[in-house]
Design a protein around this ligand. Structure first.
Ligand SMILES: Nc1ncnc2c1ncn2[C@@H]1O[C@H](COP(=O)(O)OP(=O)(O)OP(=O)(O)O)[C@@H](O)[C@H]1O
Length: 769
């Protein structure tokens, strides 16, 4: 660190003051601009009625009025635009005034006489065109600051790779426009600054990391070449942080071509969405579209209850069911659905009668004939459109013949005066005579009567996706040799029966949902959303290959960034490794890049060293050298003692201003903990559903909802042998790795074998007798 009375510090202080003054001048100007724009807008609103004389006397005056209105509207839109622009600018400048920049680099460009000094901040600032006092952290040149090496370095620009000689790097801590400290650094971005950032208390909202982005993270953030960017990163290695800064980077890099609405992030749960929703606004950008896979599917299936995260997590499965699950999550099954759909082009599509007055008006056999009458070059979507058109035509003919039915005449006679008036209002011309009026009324009545039929046609009610899906499942053994993957015919039949039952009860498992939707999309010819340009999937280990293939099918033009930790596969278990193989077949290997993040930033060295021992084998994890206390493991003989240990910890955390999360395995267990702690006089918030919000203070949260979150202090409730057996390595690892500074593990029975095997020197052990 550079000491305060050093000339370097003094020079930097003077430089900062100079920049702050210039920003303040810019703020004054922006304030004036915003006021003027606001005044103008209000004036236009006010004068609107005076300026625009509404004259509808004749056609040309009407046109003139319309032109005048349009002109005023245009003027208004322009002024409103400049008002918005000025307010946004003001917002940026006000943020910048407090902390204009966080770093400086000195570079030498080939062919130039002098070195150039560049200050890097959250956004760029210039006092005259082309004279930048601060460069945006996303500007091409800023990359060399994050990239690590000194000397000759390369950086990517939209026009290709450039080279510069990086001579020095300096970091600043600035608070409220005042220079607090200066660090000269070389290779890595000053550990001190990173340590300061990581030593901070957790928050219910994630923060941006732009001033301390690490080299590997920078690669993820600035990648523009890969169609598939796959990031394997240890718990707490900054995957989520990297995605969010990457979105900000992309929005900057492709400004004017890419909007936040064209970036989609699949997140593990709703709580997580809530946790990360401030990062992009903090970076001056709009949030991207965020949803969970459950939400993505549910909005398409309003009539079926999709299995929830909790049901999925708590469902117990037999080995045979597990086999079937693995198959239904595989690319092989995806391809089987595709083949089945292709086969439907020739045969096998099931139809339903369209009913009218209790009788079929269009019989399913007739509909099938129409559907298969089209050329063999038609796909399923074209066939369906063609069938619908033909049916509507037939219905229109039916209207004509129905007009002559007796009931129509009677119905017209029975209309009240009032009803007649209402119907006639729909007519756009005068009637010649009573006969013509009668015909009009009759047609309207017939059309009303046949409306349910028309709706059934337009809404594709003549086929049943439920029936078709079940038929497809029954046909699967003909498409895939199930025996080869260890599934017997009986096992498959019984699975199909359970799906039939579920669907009958309006329920569907998350696994079946994807195949069901995919088949439906094929049948109706739904094309993917071509406007989506970037898709991010966080916690990729919780997805199966089918879901990924289906997401890809839905967003055919998007580039994908997939992030995950194979060590945290709490839903899919060990099958995740096969996911990687399957992924490699879905994307062009030449356009695929893989980055591994091994350094864990979230937790202290003691916590990371402890948590990584919970895994017998797995992806590599390096602890970051930030010191803290050893994790504590407390073995109690009674539940009362276990509660007391937690209460003691809560008191200590409260004294030290540390937020605590108590993590239980299941929702039921968390409810029990909440009751016990409330009875012991503690103020706690129980999070039972992902739709709740994170709140300040102590929370109790079930393991499957803690994904992606972090807390100062974590208490693992009841880590007994019964709760966490040998198969729960990844679950226990995920839970423990939520802790930043403190970790307490309590249990009142036999301790989990996963903890028993952690070397004793990595934690403090207490036994309550
Ligand atoms: N370069 C960095 N500078 C400062 N803080 C960082 C940096 N990288 C990561 N962090 C912090 O480390 C913590 C963990 O990051 P993040 O949640 O992104 O990790 P993750 O890989 O998504 O973890 P998990 O898989 O366990 O959910 C966050 O508090 C984040 O702000």
């Amino acid at each position: 660190m550079v000491v305060v009375d050093n000339p370097i510090f003094k020079n930097e202080k003077a430089h900062l003051n100079g920049v702050v003054v210039k920003i303040q001048t810019a703020i004054q100007k922006a304030e004036k601009d915003a006021k003027t724009a606001e005044k103008d807008t209000n004036a236009i609103h006010k004068n609107f009625s005076n300026d625009v004389r509404i004259n509808t006397a004749n056609y040309s005056e009407l046109l003139e009025t319309a032109a005048s209105v349009r002109q005023q509207q245009q003027l208004l839109a322009e002024r409103e635009n400049s008002w918005q622009h000025a307010t946004k600018q003001l917002d940026v400048l006000t943020k910048l005034e407090k902390k204009p920049y966080f770093a400086r680099i000195d570079i030498h460009e080939n062919g130039e006489k002098n070195d150039e000094t560049i200050y890097i901040g959250m956004s760029s600032f210039s006092d005259s065109p082309d004279h930048f006092l601060v460069y945006d952290w996303r500007a091409p040149i800023s990359s060399v600051y994050y990239d690590g090496k000194m000397g000759n370095v390369e950086y990517a620009t939209p026009d290709g790779t450039q080279q510069v000689d990086l001579k020095s790097k300096r970091q600043f801590v600035i608070e409220d426009s005042k220079l607090i400290s200066v660090y000269d650094t070389d290779e890595t971005i000053g550990d001190q600054m990173l340590l300061d950032a990581l030593g901070n208390q957790s928050d219910i909202k994630m923060k941006s990391i732009v001033s301390t982005i690490q080299r590997e993270q920078n690669k993820i953030i600035r990648n523009t070449s890969a169609d598939l960017l796959f990031v394997q990163g240890a718990a707490g290695s900054g995957k989520t942080a990297a995605i969010l800064q990457r979105v900000a980077f992309l929005l900057y890099r492709y400004r004017g071509k890419l909007t936040a609405g064209q970036v989609l992030m699949f997140s593990p749960n709703q709580l997580f969405n809530d946790y990360v929703d401030q990062v992009l606004p903090e970076l001056g950008e709009q949030n991207m579209v965020q949803m969970t896979y459950f939400q993505f599917s549910r909005r398409r299936l309003p009539n079926l209850d999709i299995e929830s995260l909790q049901e999925r997590f708590e469902r117990e499965v037999t080995p045979a069911q597990k086999n079937i699950q693995d198959f239904e999550g595989s690319l092989q099954f995806f391809n089987a659905v595709t083949s089945y759909a292709t086969h439907l082009n020739q045969n096998g599509m099931r139809f339903r009668n369209i009913m009218y007055q209790g009788k079929p008006i269009f019989k399913k056999e007739k509909i099938r004939d129409i559907y298969y009458s089209f050329s063999s070059t038609y796909n399923l979507g074209n066939r369906l459109d063609g069938t619908r058109e033909a049916l509507v035509k037939m219905l229109n003919q039916r209207v004509g013949s129905e007009l002559r039915s007796n009931w129509v005449e009677d119905a017209v006679q029975e209309l009240s005066q009032e009803e007649v008036r209402t119907i006639l209002q729909k007519a756009d011309h005068e009637f010649k005579d009573n006969d013509e009026e009668f015909k009009f009324l009759a047609r309207q009545l017939v059309m009303k009567e046949l409306k349910p039929v028309r709706d059934a046609i337009v809404r594709n009610r003549f086929f049943s996706i439920n029936a078709q899906y079940v038929q497809m499942l029954r046909a699967i053994p003909k498409i895939v040799s199930l025996e080869n993957i260890g599934i017997t015919q009986e096992e498959w039949d019984s699975h199909v029966e359970s799906v039939v039952n579920d669907i009958r009860n309006h329920h569907i498992s998350l696994l079946d949902t994807s195949a069901y939707l995919y088949l439906y999309d094929q049948m109706v010819g739904k094309r993917g959303d071509r406007s989506m340009r970037y898709v991010f999937i966080d916690e990729i280990q919780d997805y199966n290959a089918f879901q990924l293939a289906y997401i890809r099918y839905n967003f055919p033009r998007a580039k994908f960034t997939l992030l995950g930790d194979l060590n945290q596969s709490i839903f899919t278990g060990e099958t995740t490794h096969s996911l990687l193989n399957e992924l490699s077949t879905m994307f062009n290997p030449e356009k695929t890049e893989v980055i591994q993040l091994t350094q864990s930033y979230r937790s202290t060295q003691q916590i990371t060293d402890f948590t990584k021992e919970l895994l017998t084998e797995g992806e590599s994890i390096d602890s970051f050298s930030r010191n803290g206390e050893l994790p504590k493991v407390v073995l109690s003989s009674t539940q009362q003692q276990m509660v007391q240990s937690v209460v003691d910890q809560l008191q200590r955390d409260e004294q030290d201003n540390e937020t605590t999360a108590i993590i239980g395995r299941s929702t039921a267990e968390c409810e029990e903990i909440a009751d016990l702690l409330k009875a012991a006089g503690q103020k706690v918030t129980l999070i039972k559903s992902e739709n709740q919000r994170l709140v300040e203070g102590t929370i109790i949260v079930p393991s499957f909802l803690a994904k992606g979150l972090e807390f100062d202090s974590v208490v693992v409730w009841n880590a007994s042998e019964k709760e966490y057996g040998e198969n729960d390595q990844q679950l226990l690892y995920t839970i423990c790795s939520r802790a930043m500074h403190r970790l307490l593990v309590v249990t009142d029975g036999q301790i989990s074998p996963l903890i028993a095997k952690v070397p004793q020197n990595l934690y403090e052990f207490f036994q309550n007798k």
